[in-house]
Design a protein around this ligand. Structure first.
Ligand code: MF3
Ligand code: CO
Ligand code: CO
Length: 259
């Protein structure tokens, strides 16, 4: 277990810029989400956008990962590899996850998109997952413990008949892709390290309709699916601990005013 990095003002500004770019790339990607489009095509547009803005996609070449984004459809929990064989169809739900490196700094964000008409169950799952991320973010303030993030997420998900993925976590981010600490979305109340101003990390709950466990695709070694093939959803932001609360660095829509 390494130390949790406290970022300098200069590093914070760099990570803020990269985070904003990742969020803009995600918005840009949204216009291509429609029936008949492949996830590979969306990924190619994301890569063009990131490169055109002087950044590079952090995922490409990361531990051998081949693409500029992760695009995870329906029962895919995370790390879906964009492919020309994956064609969007009416009723699909998908997470697009983008991590940029701009001037050496990392920003990481993901959210859900929908194709045409989706089921009421899928709508409920997506709304609940978005709310889980909001509850987690609201726990961010100096001296609160990291475990309280997962505690509120898990409590809300379970109260809504949903389950929280425990095999993938949020993480420190900014100087490297994955830093300390691991942000467990099922943690227990008042456990873990204390948050301090200048820490930057992701909260990225993956919420399932059915069982919380995942299985890794044997062929590609990346794609994680729900064990029961039921739907999974995820939202992710990169968050800075401020003197008084938080700043959501990947919020470009003004959904999270700085506290
Ligand atoms: N962006 C993902 C995260 O939120 C990590 C993707 S790693 C990859 O941590 F190699 F699968 F791309
Ligand atoms: Co992340
Ligand atoms: Co991510």
């Amino acid at each position: 277990m390494g130390e949790i990095i406290i970022k300098t003002p200069e590093q914070i500004e760099g990570i803020r810029k990269s985070s904003k770019l990742a969020a803009k790339a995600l918005d840009f990607a949204g216009q291509f989400v429609s029936v008949g489009i492949s996830s590979e095509f969306i990924d190619s547009k994301i890569e063009e956008f990131i490169l055109a803005h002087g950044a590079i996609p952090a995922t490409k070449g990361y531990n051998g990962y081949p693409k500029a984004s992760c695009i995870s459809l329906n029962e895919v929990v995370c790390h879906g590899i964009p492919s020309e064989k994956i064609i969007l169809k009416n009723g699909d739900i998908l997470n697009i996850d983008i991590t940029t490196i701009l001037d050496g700094y990392f920003g990481d964000t993901s959210r859900m998109f929908t194709v045409g008409e989706i089921s009421p169950g899928a709508t409920k799952l997506i709304e609940a997952t978005k709310h889980c991320l909001k509850l987690g973010i609201e726990q961010v303030q100096p001296d609160n413990r990291f475990g309280n993030i997962g505690f509120v997420i898990n409590r809300f998900a379970r109260a809504n008949g949903l389950s929280v993925v425990y095999e993938f976590c949020g993480h420190g981010v900014g100087i490297k892709f994955h830093e300390e600490p691991q942000v467990d979305h099922t943690a227990r109340r008042n456990t873990g390290a204390k948050m301090k101003p200048g820490m930057i990390f992701t909260i990225e709950p993956m919420i399932n309709q059915g069982k919380p466990s995942t299985r890794l695709d044997k062929n590609d070694g990346w794609t994680a699916r729900t064990v029961d093939n039921r739907l999974s959803a995820q939202f992710e932001h990169t968050i800075l601990v401020t003197q008084t609360g938080y700043e959501v660095l990947t919020d470009v829509k003004g959904e999270f005013p700085i506290t």
